[in-house]
Design a protein around this ligand. Structure first.
Ligand code: PLP
Length: 387
């Protein structure tokens, strides 16, 4: 029956994260540092706004691009928080999570065989989404020594006549690294020189741990007109299950993306959109609280891992740490599998994020300090065993 299946889907490797998630789900007493989602529940005022919208009977479709009240809130939020300005009527689209924002953006710009550069190790979906849209993913491999930041020279060398775009994700999943203004400007210069597009995945923009260190490539001169900015509510507002994200882009890009939405989702969930309006209006204090808590956990886990001998940088953003496990002599899959089975701690093997992730594991610190403490004790014992 395989001949009935689409070959481009057959070629996609199942996510390495899911495999470990499924294994862990079937075991008792697991501490999971595996899944990339906040351990907080969504703040109550956001839930309440959604409940009220149901009570008031707001249960129909919204505009394809999302309700105007939400788009206005997104517009003010993005300009106040990140100094990028987008028109709520023509330049903002509400999507089903950052995931669908990425998918619809790629589908709107890729022609068969177009190349899209991806900074590796990378979020698991990018490669698959580019392939599903008919493009060819081209890895830009970063290293521990460079704090997992791409060199402008590497990007230049990866560009071919088929290159259409680059996907950037800073703060990064899985490494937690962040590019500063100058580093982004150096990349932007190449993008402009070669007339390319940028998809900037800024889903972790709220989660940086030094004061106001996030800078959007969209705010660099010459970039706005060639940038699709993707973000969402999952990480910053602890709303993963609500499935809400958004795109900010110039009108020449939002128009084709809207065509994709019209024929795939019609509109994002109405009830969820009401919660999101409340999140943007009154949610900043929750973000500050959660960010402070993640910062404490980050400092704790990074110190512990380095003491155990699993060397890692202090990540500047997101809620992941990406330590090297090379000195244990295990592959990242062996390390993750044995750790899970023998000591009941779930982490993600680095090769799930591309071949360049081999030799590393991803630990999410979006879990309580108490659980992190136990997890670190178990990892310490495990590393002692396998050495
Ligand atoms: N982008 C990155 C870098 C992510 O880590 C994730 C989720 O883990 C997403 C996008 C998708 O998020 P969502 O679809 O929940 O908004």
């Amino acid at each position: 029956m395989k001949s009935y299946l689409a070959s481009r889907i057959e070629q996609i490797r199942p996510s390495g994260i899911r495999r470990f998630f499924d294994l862990a789900n079937n075991m008792e007493g697991i501490i999971s540092l595996g899944v990339g989602e906040p351990d907080f529940t969504t703040p109550w005022s956001i839930c309440h706004a959604s409940i009220q919208s149901i009570e008031q009977g707001f249960t129909s479709y919204t505009e394809i691009e999302g309700q105007i009240e939400l788009r206005k809130e997104i517009s003010s939020y993005m300009s106040n928080r990140f100094k990028v300005s987008y028109s709520p009527t023509t330049e903002i689209i509400v999507t089903v999570g950052g995931s669908q924002a990425l998918d619809s953006s790629l589908r709107a710009i890729i022609n068969p065989g177009d190349e899209v550069m991806i900074v590796e190790p990378s979020y698991v979906a990018y490669k698959a989404l580019v392939s599903m849209a008919g493009g060819n993913p081209i890895p830009i491999v970063t290293s521990f020594e460079d704090e997992f930041k791409p060199h402008p020279e590497q990007i230049k060398q990866a560009i071919s006549p088929r290159t259409k775009a680059i996907i950037l994700c800073f703060p990064n999943n899985p490494t937690g690294s962040l590019l500063n203004q100058q580093e982004l400007e150096a990349i932007a210069e190449i993008i402009v020189e070669h007339d390319l597009l940028v998809i900037t995945d800024e889903i972790y923009a709220e989660l940086t741990y030094e004061k106001d260190t996030f800078y959007s490539i969209a705010s660099i001169k010459g970039m706005r007109d060639r940038t699709i900015l993707v973000s969402g509510f999952s990480k910053a507002f602890a709303m993963t299950g609500w499935r809400l994200g958004f795109i900010c882009a110039p009108e020449w890009l939002t128009q084709p993306i809207l065509k994709v939405l019209q024929h795939t989702i019609i509109s994002a969930s109405t009830i969820t959109q009401y919660g999101a309006i409340e999140a943007l209006k009154n949610g900043q204090e929750y973000i500050v609280e959660m960010r402070n808590s993640y910062r404490k956990r980050r400092n704790f886990i990074v110190k512990q891992l380095n003491e155990i001998g699993l060397h890692c940088h202090l990540p500047e953003g997101a809620f992941y740490v990406f330590p090297s496990i090379r000195q244990t002599g295990q592959t990242s899959e062996q390390f993750a599998e044995k750790l899970l089975i023998r000591y009941k701690v779930a982490v993600v093997p680095g090769n799930a994020f591309g071949d360049s992730g081999e030799g590393y594991i991803r630990c999410s610190y979006a879990t309580s300090i108490e659980k992190l403490q136990v997890a670190m004790e178990r990892i310490k014992k495990f590393v002692g065993d396998v050495k």
